[in-house]
Design a protein around this ligand. Sequence first.
Ligand SMILES: Nc1ncnc2c1ncn2[C@@H]1O[C@H](COP(=O)(O)OP(=O)(O)O)[C@@H](O)[C@H]1O
Ligand SMILES: [Mg+2]
Length: 106
Amino acid sequence: MIKFSNVSLIYPTSTKTILEDLSFSIVEGELVLVIGSTGTGKTSLLQLINGLVPHHTGGILAGDITVDGISTKLVRPGELALLGKIQLKDLLLTPLKKSWPLEWRR
Ligand SMILES: Nc1ncnc2c1ncn2[C@@H]1O[C@H](COP(=O)(O)OP(=O)(O)O)[C@@H](O)[C@H]1O
Ligand SMILES: [Mg+2]
């Protein structure tokens, strides 16, 4: 399970909050689409799950994110990958877009 509890994110160079008080959970096998205009935080959201944010980007992360019960704050992205917990790649979403109806593509 992927669980976000009251997650807020701000990047070091940013003056605005990217994500604010976000809570949700995704159970194993559940298909979830993340959609939204450019700059709304889709990539940030996915990179919070694999830990690249904030471990590599920096920034202030409030709240808690767990992947299979492991807090992404405590485990670095490489370790999370070695544990086999992360299969998620932002790029995987790109081929899917090609099969979306025209009106969904922006
Ligand atoms: N590493 C970063 N450092 C500072 N600001 C960032 C960084 N990555 C993304 N941003 C900013 O965060 C906002 C959300 O970006 P992003 O998560 O890439 O959105 P999306 O994937 O929906 O286009 C944008 O305003 C973007 O400029
Ligand atoms: Mg993106």
